[in-house]
Design a protein around this ligand. Structure first.
Ligand SMILES: Cc1ncc(COP(=O)(O)O)c(C=O)c1O
Length: 366
């Protein structure tokens, strides 16, 4: 049996006629850059999240960067985030002129540890970016309380957490802004690059809308120096179609996760992910931990099972961030995640037979 890590073709086949109709509509209207299809998606996505504004942008990295800029973060400022994330979280901080500062994650959730966050705050700290890793929200209440005490902004990196919930509220709507990536493999994925910022603040929304469109609110009248970070019309139309299925797709992921966890419960050498009481996890990634991760991954590959590693090198040990002078041992929990995490195949169309095959092969691994 072959089990791909991700099967985007299966999803495309299921919604092909709707997608083609939506893309054709964009073509007929020649509404390629921003425009009505993006606006319609923004309205629907804001409603889905239960918040006031959604601003469609080019990708999740833009979403983070625009959030930081709109909040006035810049040169000389520090922004605290976690080391076990995709590099975009740190890049956005660097590209607004600020310095990324890392706080290690909790061993239980592998999300931001509020106690370590507190310890990382300095006079220069201006913002916090918790990352809802793999689709499970970070413990936001203590993070928001610390932010409130110190007057810090909170930008949620919800790029892996479309539809996830924290105490019944959608991930991305708890901080000043929430940032989403619609990279094709995400729970809500575009057919190209796209992203969005959500916020309840009218002022931030206005700034980000202007910024993504060269600082203009009226064509060729530039009130500020902005950038081109617009979402394109085809992505808006595709995302509007796919958004209708997101809740059902997330439920399928949750069911698959339960099956994996139940079937692996007897494996002492495998640590399965757990859902916190405050969270609704949407399993963008289903990652187990194994001390024999690399050997296990190779053995599964030989059996036709494609796995992945998110992420093999934490940000503070990346060559790109060598200038921060943070060596091995700086963030032991994140470093352990990098050494032990193995992401198993996960997508809504995965079957119970495939899950049973994957877990059988894990059990057979010596
Ligand atoms: C946690 C996290 N942050 C940021 C990003 C950046 O999103 P994009 O690739 O759309 O720029 C991603 C995407 O992989 C991500 O997983």
């Amino acid at each position: 049996m072959q089990v791909p890590f991700l099967d985007l073709k299966a999803q495309y086949r299921a919604i092909k006629s709707e997608i083609h109709a939506a893309v054709s509509d964009v073509m007929e209207n020649t509404a390629f850059a921003g425009g009505p299809f993006v606006a319609a998606f923004e309205k629907d996505f804001a409603a889905f999240c239960g918040c006031k504004h959604a601003i469609g942008v080019g990708n999740g990295t833009d979403a983070l960067w625009l959030s930081l800029l709109a909040l006035g973060i810049g040169s000389g400022d520090e922004v605290i985030t976690v080391p076990n994330t995709f590099i975009a979280t740190a890049e956005a901080i660097t590209y607004c002129g600020a310095t990324p500062v890392f706080a290690d994650v909790e061993a239980r959730t592998n999300n931001m540890d509020p106690a370590l966050l507190k310890a990382a705050i300095t006079k220069k700290t201006k913002a916090i970016i918790p990352v809802h890793l793999f689709g499970q929200p970070a413990d936001m209440d203590p993070i928001l309380a610390i932010a409130g005490e110190h007057g810090l902004c909170v930008i949620e990196d919800a790029c892996q957490a479309h539809g996830a919930e924290y105490k019944g509220r959608k991930a991305g709507t708890l901080g000043d802004t929430g940032c989403f990536s619609f990279y094709p493999g995400k729970n809500l994925g575009a057919y190209g690059e796209a992203g969005a910022v959500v916020t309840n603040s009218d002022a931030l929304a206005e700034k980000m809308r202007m910024f993504r469109d060269h600082g203009q609110a009226k064509k060729y009248h530039h009130g500020m120096i902005g950038w081109n970070a617009r979402m394109d019309g085809i992505q808006g139309a595709v995302l509007s179609v796919k958004l209708k299925y997101l809740a059902a797709w997330n439920e399928s992921r949750r069911k698959h996760a339960q099956e994996y966890t139940a079937l692996l419960a007897s494996e002492a050498a495998i640590v399965t992910p757990r859902e916190e009481a405050y969270a609704k996890h949407v399993y963008h990634i289903y990652a187990v931990r194994s001390k024999e991760r690399d050997r296990l991954m190779a053995a599964l590959a030989e059996k036709g099972i494609a796995c992945n590693i998110h992420y093999p090198v934490p940000i503070h040990l990346q060559e790109a961030y060598r200038s921060l002078n943070l060596g091995p041992g700086s963030f032991p929990v994140a470093e352990k995640c990098a050494a032990e995490y193995l992401s198993l195949p996960m997508y809504p169309e995965l079957t119970s037979e495939q899950i049973a095959y994957v877990t059988d092969q894990i059990k057979a691994f010596k």
